[in-house]
Write a protein that binds this ligand. Structure first.
Ligand code: PBG
Length: 325
């Protein structure tokens, strides 16, 4: 036998020597949920171990993440029902609790990178990412709302803006608006290939942001489509995105790979709430080794071509898995 692949697996030193891919804590993003008020730490029932925090406790959570090397955060607000309206106006109302928290995070942790969420759903009585009229999601009527929301977030100090709404033309619309308002240094992480997925359930529980009627299939992508992701990627890049994202991650590894090999800007992959919930549930039942499963999952996403991984396990990976090595 001339080739014995097992020779390269003989000892852990040799295995490490020939390892092809590495996962760095600096490439991980921790999503965080913010609620109004003080001293609140509310567990998300469908995502055990993940919490919604009021600003004071969110700052502590960010401190704990920063201490183990997780420095980048996607922050989502849970908006009380009475602050929601048709046009998501609370999203750009001055000093809303989300914008105020962003200011305080950057004040306390200047070296952190905080990324916003731009979409109407958390603020809208309809629970859709765009403006709803007669059951239709109106693309062009949504764009100015997104731009105002993005500018308010840039003003509050978010390092990057994260449009997650999947409206057509919104990256260019937002980029131009930010530039005119003077926020030329605020980046855009575009939710580029965001699929109409069943795996966002726990997230919608966390924010109470599920659509009141209908589904999101007229703006989020059909899970059956691959080439369309490349079309969206080329559009978002030409419209000024700094980072493009594939979401969900685990069930869309081929999409991550396709975008990585066909574009030249950083690719983020969002290991979404439902994908994390499956692993948590299996581990709770003793069916999987939690830490090993997390490590293999994140490595799979990395190997597919993700430069950046957004995962609810970022802090845990940094604390437990990375330290074990
Ligand atoms: C909404 C938004 C969603 C997620 C991020 N931004 C849910 C949706 O589109 O309904 C999902 C993230 C997750 O499931 O972890 N703009």
């Amino acid at each position: 036998m001339l080739q014995r692949p097992r020779r390269n697996r003989l000892t852990s030193t040799i295995r490490n020597l020939v390892q092809e891919n590495y996962l760095q804590v600096s490439s991980l993003i921790q999503p965080l949920f913010l609620v109004p008020g003080e001293n609140k730490k509310l567990e998300i029932k469908s995502l055990p171990g993940i919490f919604r925090f009021s600003e004071d406790l969110l700052l502590e959570e960010i401190g704990a993440c920063m201490a183990v090397g997780v420095q980048t955060f996607l922050i989502f607000p849970a908006i009380p029902e009475e602050l929601k309206d048709k046009g998501a106006s609370y999203s750009y109302s001055k000093d809303n609790f989300y914008l105020k928290a962003a200011r305080n995070i950057k004040k306390k942790f200047p070296s952190s990178c905080i990324i916003s969420d731009v979409a109407m759903d958390p603020y809208s009585i309809d629970g859709h990412d765009g403006w709803v009229e007669d059951g239709q999601i109106l693309n062009d009527k949504t764009l100015p709302v997104l731009a105002k929301m993005a500018a308010a977030q840039a003003e509050a100090g978010f390092d990057m803006i994260g449009p997650s709404d999947m409206m057509d033309g919104r990256i260019q619309y937002i980029r131009e608006y930010l530039d005119i308002e003077g926020y030329t240094n605020t980046g855009i992480m575009a939710y580029t290939a965001k699929y109409a997925s069943a795996f966002y359930g726990p997230f919608r529980d966390a924010l109470d942001s599920a659509p009141k009627a209908g589904d999101k299939k007229t703006y989020q992508m059909n899970p059956a489509n691959l080439q369309e992701a490349l079309k969206e990627a080329h559009l978002d890049i030409s419209e000024g995105a700094d980072v493009i994202m594939v979401k969900p991650a685990l069930h869309y590894l081929d999409v991550i790979h396709l975008l990585k090999t066909n574009t030249n800007i950083p690719i983020a992959a969002y290991h979404v709430s439902g994908e994390c919930a499956m692993l948590i549930a299996a581990a709770q039942n003793g069916w999987l080794d939690r830490q090993k499963a997390i490590e293999e999952t994140l490595m799979g996403i990395k190997r597919a071509g993700a430069d950046i991984i957004i995962t609810y396990f970022a802090r845990e990976y940094a604390e437990k898995v990375a330290l074990m090595k």
